[in-house]
Design a protein around this ligand. Structure first.
Ligand code: ADP
Length: 280
């Protein structure tokens, strides 16, 4: 591994990748992976050569979201060959560790029950392989689906590769927003430009009458712009990238492995699809 003068690994670009955009959330369950995969697919649908790297080692969801499974093959340089669906290349810990549930046939320790002291080593090794041993081929953008939080894994990734920009996903809830601001602080410390914030589950649009209810907008005021996420973006000087509605179809699309950007391609006016496209 390359070393800098301070003994830390030298930050590197990923081979054949022009730009790396990290999608993050300080909190789990706010829709980070859903936004990441729809963002990546929005790029891909515009003819931008795109890949997605699922760095969420303990909760990889990209295989499910892209309806992909199976072990990636190795190329002649011993690099992992990404799995592709919907024109989007992907690599995930989920492809490399199929035994996330107890595996009685091989006797291998699943991550969930592996002793913590081993876990650290496994994670570092696996992360290193995911970051440096994937043959992406020429890519314009690699979307990095970061694990939730603001801890060691995020720091390790940032020490190893040059992240060109980050997108922070939050919901309108005060508690999620507070964490998002913490995430902003982390990127500042890591000297990674924050491209903006996305407000997921911004409102519930009734499928029958179309009425919009701001379910999680406690503390956001009536027009949602004078307080909350938009105000926080203004205060921090980052762009507000847009609202994604809380919509059962988004969840259904994700569960069946066909994210909304692809699932509703032929629907003439799908507000949920347009919301994702707007972020991209
Ligand atoms: P995270 O990556 O932050 O843990 P996920 O992207 O896995 O979150 O989303 C968590 C759950 O919420 C998933 O079941 C997903 O389908 C659902 N979800 C995410 N965004 C939306 C949305 N806008 N509307 C409805 N369900 C959503």
């Amino acid at each position: 591994m390359f070393r800098s003068r301070r003994g830390l690994p030298e930050k590197r670009k990923i081979r054949d990748v022009k730009k790396i955009v990290a999608v993050s959330s300080a909190k789990g369950g706010v829709g980070k992976s859903t936004v990441a995969v729809n963002l990546a697919l929005s790029f891909a649908r515009r003819g931008i050569r795109t890949g997605i790297l699922d760095a969420d080692i303990f909760g990889p969801s990209i295989p499910t979201l892209l309806n992909l499974s199976g072990e990636p093959r190795l190329d002649e340089h011993n690099c992992l060959v990404p799995l592709t669906n919907y024109g989007l290349k992907s690599m995930s810990m989920g492809y490399l560790l199929p035994q996330t549930q107890a595996d009685t046939t091989t006797g291998e320790l699943p991550m969930d029950t592996t002793p913590i002291s081993w876990r650290g080593l496994m994670v570092t090794k696996a992360m290193h392989q995911l970051l440096h041993s994937v043959s992406w081929g020429p890519l314009d953008v690699l979307v990095l689906d970061l694990p939730p939080g603001t801890g060691d894994v995020q720091l390790t990734i940032n020490q190893e590769i040059i992240i060109d920009g980050s997108v922070i996903v939050t919901t309108p809830q005060d508690i999620a927003l507070r964490d998002a601001v913490r995430g902003f602080g982390m990127f500042q410390r890591m000297e990674v430009p924050v491209l903006g914030m996305v407000r997921n589950m911004a409102y519930f649009a009734c499928p029958n009458c179309g009425h919009q209810t701001r379910i999680f907008s406690h503390g956001e005021g009536h027009n949602c712009d004078d307080r909350g996420v938009v105000a926080e973006c203004n205060r921090l000087g980052v762009d507000f990238l847009g609202d994604i509605p809380l919509d059962a179809r988004v969840c259904e699309d994700a569960d069946r492995g066909m994210p909304t950007v692809v699932a509703e391609e032929s629907v003439e006016r799908s507000a949920r699809r347009e919301a994702f496209l707007k972020v991209a």
